[in-house]
Design a protein. Structure first.
Length: 260
C-alpha cells in the first residue's frame, strides 16, 4: 500500500522533482545534470555561451582583464553585454561616456571590440580614479557596507592613462561626479555606462546625459540587480518611470535602458 501511494505521489509531480526524490530514496543511484556552459560572476546557466570563444570578444576581454580591474571576479558576460551595447552605438550619432571607470577594464574591452581608435567619436572616461567619494554615500548605503568598499580601490589615474595612450580619441576626466560632468562637451551620446556603486552620482549622471542620448542609445547600469545595491535599483526604477521607459533587468545583474 505504501509503495503504491509513493508511486502515485511521484507520478503527480513534475518529472525533475520526482527524480530528485527518487535519488534521495535510493542513495546508490545518482542523477546526471549537464555541466553549465557559464558559471561566473553570480550567473550559472546551461544556455549557449558561444560568445566566450569568439576571437574578437576573447581578445577584448583579455585586454580588459589585463588592466587589473577585476581581481575578485570574472565579469565576462557583463563585459559582453557592454560590448554589444557599444557595437550598437557605433552606428549611431554621438560619443561614448563611461561614468565609473576604475582601472578601465570595461572600456578597454570595448575599445578593442569596436575598433574605437578608427571611429569619429570620443570616449569620455569619468572617475575619481581612487574610489568612491565619501560625501556622496548615503546613510542607507553606509549601512550596507559601501564605505568599506572604498578600500577595494586604489589610486589608478596613471595606470589608466597608460592603458589608453594609444587611443587619441579617449578623454580621461578625473574628479567627483557631478562636479566633472560639465567637462564632457559632447552634445550627443550614443553609449552611456554608469557604475559608481552609489545612488547620488549615478542619478546625477543619468539626468545630465538623458537629453543628450540619441534615439536607440543604451544606458548600461552595472550594479542594477546586484545584492546590496537595491538603493540604486529603486532610484533607477523611479528615474525610468518618470521618463516613460523601463529598465531591462539582466541575469548578469546589469540593467539596460534604451532611449526612445
Amino acid at each position: 500500500m505504501l509503495r503504491e501511494l509513493r508511486r502515485a505521489c511521484l507520478s503527480a509531480l513534475p518529472e525533475p522533482l520526482a527524480k530528485i526524490i527518487r535519488c534521495i530514496g535510493a542513495p546508490n543511484k545518482f542523477i546526471h545534470f549537464p555541466d553549465p556552459t557559464f558559471a561566473q560572476d553570480g550567473l550559472v546557466t546551461r544556455h549557449n555561451a558561444d560568445f566566450m570563444r569568439e576571437p574578437r570578444f576573447a581578445e577584448s576581454y583579455r585586454l580588459g582583464k589585463a588592466t587589473g580591474s577585476w581581481p575578485g571576479g570574472e565579469p565576462a558576460w557583463r563585459t559582453y553585454v557592454a560590448c554589444w551595447a557599444a557595437q550598437k552605438a557605433v552606428g549611431l550619432e554621438g560619443d561614448f561616456v563611461e561614468c565609473g571607470v576604475n582601472r578601465g577594464g570595461m572600456s578597454r574591452a570595448i575599445c578593442h571590440y569596436v575598433g574605437f581608435e578608427k571611429l569619429p567619436k570620443l570616449f569620455w572616461l569619468l572617475d575619481t580614479y581612487h574610489g568612491l567619494a565619501e560625501e556622496l554615500i548615503s546613510e542607507e548605503e553606509r549601512g550596507q557596507g559601501r564605505t568599506a568598499q572604498r578600500d577595494y580601490y586604489t589610486e589608478c589615474l596613471g595606470a589608466v592613462q597608460e592603458t589608453f595612450k594609444a587611443y587619441p580619441n579617449v578623454r580621461i576626466v578625473q574628479g567627483v561626479i557631478p562636479g566633472t560632468l560639465s567637462q564632457v562637451t559632447a552634445q550627443k551620446v550614443s553609449y552611456l555606462s554608469i557604475d559608481m556603486n552609489c545612488v547620488a552620482p549615478e542619478i546625477a549622471a543619468a539626468e545630465h546625459f538623458w537629453d543628450r542620448l540619441v534615439s536607440g542609445a543604451v544606458m548600461v547600469l552595472d550594479d542594477y540587480g546586484f545584492e546590496l545595491h537595491d538603493p540604486q535599483k529603486r532610484a533607477f526604477d523611479e528615474f525610468a518611470a518618470r521618463r516613460g521607459v523601463q529598465v531591462l533587468s539582466m541575469p548578469t545583474g546589469q540593467g539596460l535602458i534604451f532611449k526612445p
